[in-house]
Write a protein that binds this ligand. Structure first.
Ligand code: IVH
Length: 661
């Protein structure tokens, strides 16, 4: 390919990948398969490797892969990033309205959700993303450019190449990602985050962008800080403009011309907010017309044309009746409080995690204490603080057991870990939790196999590991409590169906430390087969963009255990699919048998085989008269000779790829 062609193709690929990113991450409406997307990405990576001079900072290949930093640089904000004044009730909002009307008379307000994340300022020059900074003290912030690039919903290039645009937004972590992250951290003996905002801030303030990339952060933009080449007359126009440029803008905003309607909208969200997939901590009310905003101006700290309505904190008081210890999948002991049931943020709560013994000591939590509780991430109940005024002296201290409550093996606390762990190799709790994880929704997704059934299966000796699930018969199950013929049949069918679940969820289901659902997908996309992952060493794993040393070590350690290999062999024998499920992308090779031989230039053998399957063909290992094509690379040997002898057409890699167009 000539340099000119390569330049053209790179631009084409980048445009296409960006458009797909936008559809997937911003609009949530993907319109190509993952496999096809990966193929475009790989082609671009190959081209950029071949022609390094074509690599640009805004290439979608550059979202991950930056080197860890030693420290963050500082960024001086061109325009100070102001904060907002607060309103806590209707009266405060009426005061605000009065002050506004005194200056501008009749007025229009935009009411937006106040996203609870980390404020970021993003700079685009000639339409290309160049810098991201935290707010800091409003005047100087930290340079988090590399980390923000890993946030896929942030465009690297705007729809229009404006000379300069600086926008303000909120990077946040969705509730479900927060819950998952904390679960993983607890299992790994790491400190958990108190709420999604801290999790988002902690993730963006990582010196290693690979860590940030693992954290599923998202972005909403809501404000133009400065601009050249575009102008808007109102806030609602600004929001539309940002959306047109390719940013995610929350579409729940509304325009009102009466403060009473603004108040009603704010109050409506006090309860409705629990239905959102992300946390908001209030509403933001902005004067809509830019002309009015300019007339109102700002104080040293905040604009006079906007105010934040803060929701009341969702904390309730209740009593700790007892504290028991739960043993998790990796043996972590989690002290859990039994509470007098109380309603918080829309549901009744009777348990709260106390995380670990350090937290209990720091908060001085005792059995019998009255405590304030809240839901972290709107989901996980936790104790905020003890109501010391209500202490009677009859409260009891909690002591972490020295032996596992389930298997009685010794409990240890490893250096630099907050968690205590059970050392029992065959701890029934670990096995049970491992199986519960294996069948969970993001893993093998086996419906009808809740903790109660898993317990019974283990106790009755019908299974010892998750691999044994695949040997279960309807007759085995009908004897279990609350399991009729019909549910037993459904369960066996669900177990059987999970064999086709695919490689990515299966890798996640194995419960390897540090390997979450997202990493499962990453590894499946890369290795295509369990066999290849099993044989990968640390170097091979670290070569994958988002895999860091902790994950790489943990994967190698997992496959080094004979029990793991045995487990996978059992799955394989049961017919569980251990290769990447290739979605059919076209019928271009329907009915064709293709033999691949020799060393290929652009793709590995496994990748080409996956491509053959994805286009309806069948890869085969031996040449016969029935073979439609032999795809021959460098140093092809006897298969090439045989193809010639039989008169089977021989094609090159390029010719093969052309067949797929
Ligand atoms: S407007 C001058 N709109 O809430 C413009 N802020 O103190 C000021 N926030 O940290 C910001 N959602 O970053 C605005 N829809 C929204 C927002 C929002 C969240 C954050 C903001 C700031 C805090 C307000």
């Amino acid at each position: 390919m000539s340099q000119e062609d390569a330049t053209k193709r790179c631009t084409e690929l980048r445009r296409a990948i960006e458009a797909h990113n936008y559809n997937y991450y911003v609009l949530d409406e993907p319109n190509i398969s993952d496999a096809k997307y990966d193929q475009l990405m790989r082609e671009l990576q190959q081209l950029e490797a071949e022609y390094p001079q074509l690599l640009t900072a805004d290439s979608p290949t550059q979202r991950v892969g930056g080197m860890p930093l030693k420290e963050f640089g500082t960024v001086h904000h061109t325009v100070p990033l102001l904060s907002l004044g607060n309103a806590f009730d209707a009266a405060d909002l009426r005061d605000f309205d009065r002050r506004v009307r005194e200056v501008v008379g009749a007025v229009e307000y935009v009411v937006e959700l106040k996203i609870d994340g980390l404020t970021v300022a993003l700079t685009y020059i000639d339409g290309v993303f160049t810098q991201a900074a935290t707010r800091g003290d409003g005047v100087t912030g930290e340079d988090i450019t590399q980390n923000m690039k890993t946030v896929h919903s942030m465009p690297l290039r705007l729809k229009h190449a404006l000379p300069r645009l600086e926008v303000r937004g909120e990077a946040y972590m969705p509730k479900h990602s927060f819950v998952k992250l904390n679960q993983e951290r607890e299992e790994n003996g790491e400190a958990t985050f108190a709420n999604p905002r801290n999790a988002a801030a902690g993730s963006l303030r990582q010196l290693d962008p690979k860590v940030t990339a693992q954290r599923s952060l998202k972005l909403f933009t809501y404000n133009i800080i400065s601009q050249a080449g575009a102008s808007v007359a109102s806030q609602s126009e600004a929001l539309r403009f940002l959306a047109e440029q390719g940013f995610t803008v929350n579409d729940q905003f509304k325009v009102f011309n009466d403060i009473e309607l603004v108040i009603a909208e704010c109050l409506a969200w006090v309860d409705k907010r629990h239905e959102l997939p992300f946390e908001i901590d209030g509403m933001v009310i902005k004067v809509n017309k830019v002309r009015d905003q300019e007339e109102l101006g700002e104080t040293a700290k905040s604009p006079r044309w906007a105010i934040a309505f803060k929701f009341p904190a969702q904390q309730e008081e209740t009593q700790i009746e007892d504290i028991f210890v739960r043993v998790g999948r990796t043996g972590v002991l989690t002290p859990t409080a039994v509470l007098t049931p109380v309603k918080v943020a829309g549901s009744t709560v009777s348990r709260a995690t106390l995380h670990n013994s350090d937290i209990i000591r720091e908060k001085d939590i005792r059995i019998g204490d009255y405590v304030l509780i809240q839901k972290a991430g709107d989901v996980i109940p936790e104790v905020v603080e003890v109501v010391l005024a209500k202490r009677t002296g009859a409260e009891k201290m909690f002591v972490m057991p020295t032996t596992c409550p389930e298997c009685h093996a010794a409990v240890v606390r490893l250096d630099n870990e907050a968690a205590h762990r059970c050392t029992g190799v065959f701890c029934p709790a670990k096995q049970r939790e491992g199986i519960i994880h294996f069948v969970s929704r993001d893993a093998m997704n086996i419906d009808g196999l809740g903790p109660a059934v898993v317990n019974q299966l283990l106790e009755s000796g019908l299974i010892t590991t998750a691999a044994d699930l695949y040997t279960l018969k309807v007759a085995d199950l009908v004897g279990l409590e609350r399991m009729g013929q019909k549910s037993a049949e459904n369960l066996v069918a669900a177990i059987s169906a999970s064999k086709q679940r695919g490689l990515a969820p299966l890798i996640f289901a194995l419960g390897i430390r540090h390997v979450g659902a997202r990493a499962g997908k990453l590894l499946a996309d890369h290795f295509k087969a369990m066999e290849a992952l099993r044989e990968a060493d640390e170097t091979a794993l670290l070569a994958i963009g988002e895999v860091g040393p902790a994950m790489a070590q943990s994967i190698v350690a997992y496959f080094a255990q004979p029990a793991s290999r045995e487990f996978i062999a059992k799955l394989s024998a049961a017919g569980v699919k251990l290769t990447q499920e290739s979605k059919l992308q076209s019928q271009a090779l329907a009915g064709m048998t293709i033999v691949i031989t020799g060393t290929l230039e652009r793709f590995g053998r496994k990748e080409i085989e996956a491509m053959v399957e994805a286009h309806g063909g069948k890869p085969s290992g031996s040449v016969s008269k029935k073979t439609n094509y032999v795809l021959a690379g460098e140093n092809a040997g006897s298969k090439l000779d045989k193809a010639r002898a039989l008169g089977v057409p021989i094609i090159s890699e390029a010719e093969f790829l052309a067949m797929l167009e």
